[in-house]
Design a protein around this ligand. Structure first.
Ligand code: DGY
Length: 327
């Protein structure tokens, strides 16, 4: 009797489209790959797709909840998100079902810091407003028209001083700011070297001309920029958020903007995403909105995708995975 052994590859679900071809090829060497974009899919379709998968390759807007993890069944060994944030993943359920979680940590810090500086200047110097005026026949040849505020000589506060916060601080260092403030669980030697002063969040919002939110979203940081803290901000303060929308009480922020209690806001992240077109933020001239693209440079996103793929393979090989979250 001849025994025929048929080896099948484990199944991997890529929960988004537009993944570079070379990454798919890398994954195909070891997996039976199915690409299924969660974006416009129903929950039922998603639950159907995850069943029997070994791994899920996802990103920041792919919600990974207990129902999904449970539904995938015991074959599910790894979820690897192509994002630095993992607030979209139910960590308790991951631990309960013994599924490993990896994220992309420091790869995107530089690209995010570049976008942060761009958003800060675009908001403070009213670049989009000026561009809109020019294109709609509103160009005025008046010297104080479209004036904004400089970054030079200003106090800049960074909420959360992890890898991204440090990359932002390094870039700000070339702008001749008067003081860099930051919040963190403890003093950061790197931030100190850059002249940064560790302060409480309440001191930071009160003293800063520019406030940059770059902290991870979790139960402790949800609405860290709340109504009380918005009320403490300077009337010309510019707030920039490149973390997650839920870090800010958006209702309180809209009120403050309507009443001109703060200078302006630059948001790469908001609640919800995509932001509905009738949201009041859409119509405000002192608000610059970007569609969650802080890390969207080709080089960065390609590297994030390659590392994500390699690390899913690492789990298959039972070797260590870089940037694995210890659950
Ligand atoms: C991240 O990496 O978490 C960014 O928000 C982009 O997905």
């Amino acid at each position: 009797n001849n025994l025929i052994l048929i080896m099948t590859k484990p199944k991997l679900l890529v929960a988004m489209s537009s993944i570079p071809e070379l990454v798919i090829e890398l994954l195909l060497e070891r997996f039976e790959v199915e690409i299924f974009d969660f974006e416009n899919a129903t929950k039922k379709e998603i639950l159907n797709k995850v069943r029997g998968k070994f791994g899920i390759f996802c990103c920041a807007w792919t919600k990974i909840d207990e129902e999904l993890i449970k539904n995938a069944g015991p074959s599910l060994k790894v979820i690897r998100t192509m994002s630095v944030g993992y607030d979209h993943v139910d960590l308790i359920a991951m631990k309960k079902y013994g599924v490993r979680l990896g994220y992309t940590s420091n790869i995107s810090s530089e690209a995010i810091a570049e976008t942060t500086i761009a958003l800060l200047i675009a908001t403070s110097r009213r670049l989009f407003e000026a561009n809109h005026a020019l294109k709609t026949d509103g160009w005025k040849q008046s010297l104080f028209w479209m004036c904004g505020r400089s970054i030079r000589n200003s106090v800049v506060g960074i909420v959360g001083c992890g890898n991204i916060g440090i990359s932002i601080a390094k870039k700000l260092n070339t702008f001749n700011i008067s003081q860099l403030l930051y919040t963190s669980r403890g003093e950061k030697p790197e931030a100190k070297t850059l002249g940064g002063k560790l302060v409480t969040i309440d001191e930071l919002v009160k003293q800063s001309d520019y406030i940059i939110v770059s902290v991870a979203l979790n139960e402790d940081t949800k609405c860290i920029i709340n109504r009380k803290r918005i009320a403490k901000m300077k009337s010309h303060a510019v707030l920039v958020n490149i973390g997650r929308g839920e870090l800010i009480d958006q209702g309180a922020l809209i009120e403050a903007l309507r009443e001109n209690r703060i200078g302006g806001v630059g948001l790469d992240v908001m609640t919800p995403e995509p932001l509905p077109l009738d949201n009041p933020l859409m119509k405000m001239t002192n608000v610059v909105l970007l569609p969650h693209i802080a890390s969207a440079s080709i080089e960065t996103r390609t590297e994030m995708a390659i590392v994500t793929a390699k690390n899913i393979i690492a789990v298959l090989d039972n070797t260590s995975m870089i940037n694995e979250l210890q659950l």
